[in-house]
Design a protein around this ligand. Structure first.
Ligand code: ATP
Length: 358
């Protein structure tokens, strides 16, 4: 649908704010990033990590302190927002309440300044309504639509201009959980069908994992890891990512000539590790709850202190030593001892434990 072959390249982008107290605050700290054409790219991170500032810098709503932004062969960071081939969908949909759905979508096209014929405009609107699944809603006003439908109109309006890149700033956060899940599936479909590069900001790791081709995890103005959802989950390079993406048990262990002993006094066998730690000293070991299973004689024996049946699995928290607790996700149909106060033992799946950097 679009001639979309421009890589969005961010080079050494830094943004400093001066706080009301007069101090300098670094919101973005030398970001380097290439977002390839047709990619569903996610910027993920906790509140205040700088992801919105980066999105706004790409859109031209924020001027970076230093660094460059390129779209293909064109340097765009000095251009005013309306001359950049990017478009933004915000959390607040900002539809015109007195205009119909069709007029709202047409507004974006008419503002473009290009002389599209009325037949072209009509065709484009029809195409957009079809794409977002609102073919029968063209004559309604925004107040006659649900939140999810309004979001689709905002999306259609932004896509109608056929930008090279669509920027989306937490566009689903106003929707309830069920609607959000539905829209995640829809957005992914629309992105694939339109072929437009999507850059999507969220603090919700599940949302990021469910849609992203690649995810950049942000913390304190920097990208701490960039990868596919699978890479981030199975090979987190640091504790921040391991904690932010999915769940993980963190155990402080002492190493001593091939022995790995937890602070709670349990010994983890070398076979449990993808790469067994070597040397002497103290490190942190991460184990995902789904990599622990109930097994007599397992590494972590102790008393169950929490037991939660969540339908898909049974979540057990076991006290495995003084100040040491381990969460396991076991089969939902497990019928052995699983009540609070029962004793159990957990074995670590082979090659699943890893040393986690701070
Ligand atoms: P959220 O998910 O809450 O929107 P975010 O990751 O998008 O968070 P940003 O909005 O990019 O975060 O803000 C990054 C940091 O920059 C925050 O600590 C914020 O307080 C600070 N900041 C943003 N705008 C300004 C400003 N105009 N003046 C001073 N500091 C600012």
């Amino acid at each position: 649908m679009t001639n979309n072959d421009a890589t969005l390249s961010i080079r050494g982008l830094t943004k400093e704010f001066v706080t009301p107290e007069g101090a300098n605050f670094i919101a973005l700290d030398g970001i380097d990033l290439d977002i390839v054409p047709g990619e569903f790219f996610i910027m993920l991170g906790p509140s205040g990590c700088g992801k919105t500032t980066l999105l706004r810098s790409i859109a031209g709503l924020e001027q970076a302190t230093s660094g460059e932004i390129w779209l293909g062969e064109d340097r765009i960071d000095r251009l005013p927002p309306y001359l950049r081939q990017v478009n933004t969908v915000f959390q607040a949909y900002a539809l015109f309440p007195h205009l119909t759905v069709r007029q709202n979508i047409a507004f974006g096209l008419e503002m473009e300044g290009k002389k599209a014929s009325s037949a072209e405009v009509k065709n484009r609107i029809d195409e957009m309504l079809e794409l977002v699944g609102l073919g029968d809603f063209g004559t309604r006003k925004p107040s006659q639509l649900s939140g999810g439908q309004q979001q689709r109109v905002a999306l259609a309006r932004a896509l109608a201009k056929r930008p090279n890149v669509l920027l989306l700033d937490e566009p689903l956060s106003a929707l309830d959980l069920k609607l959000r899940r539905g829209m995640q599936t829809e957005l992914k479909r629309i992105q694939i069908e339109s072929g437009i590069t999507f850059v999507f900001v969220t603090h919700d790791q599940e949302e990021a994992m469910s849609m992203g081709d690649r995810i950049a995890v942000f913390n304190k103005g920097s990208i701490v890891q960039l990868g596919t959802p699978r890479e981030l989950y199975s090979e987190p390079t640091n504790r921040f990512v391991a904690e932010f993406i999915g769940e993980m048990n963190f155990l402080t262990v002492t190493l001593d000539g091939g022995m790995v002993r937890t602070a709670g006094g349990n010994h983890i066998a070398a076979e449990a590790f993808l790469e067994p730690p070597t040397g002497v000293g103290t490190v942190t070991v991460g184990i995902r709850p789904e990599h622990l299973r109930v097994a007599e004689g397992g590494t972590f024996a102790g008393e169950i202190i929490a037991s939660q049946y969540v339908g898909t699995d049974l979540r057990l928290c076991v006290r495995t030593g003084p100040e040491e607790e381990v969460w396991a996700r076991v089969d939902a149909n497990y019928t052995g001892p699983s009540s609070i106060g029962d004793r159990t033992a957990l074995a670590v799946a082979p090659r699943s434990a890893r040393v986690v950097r701070a």
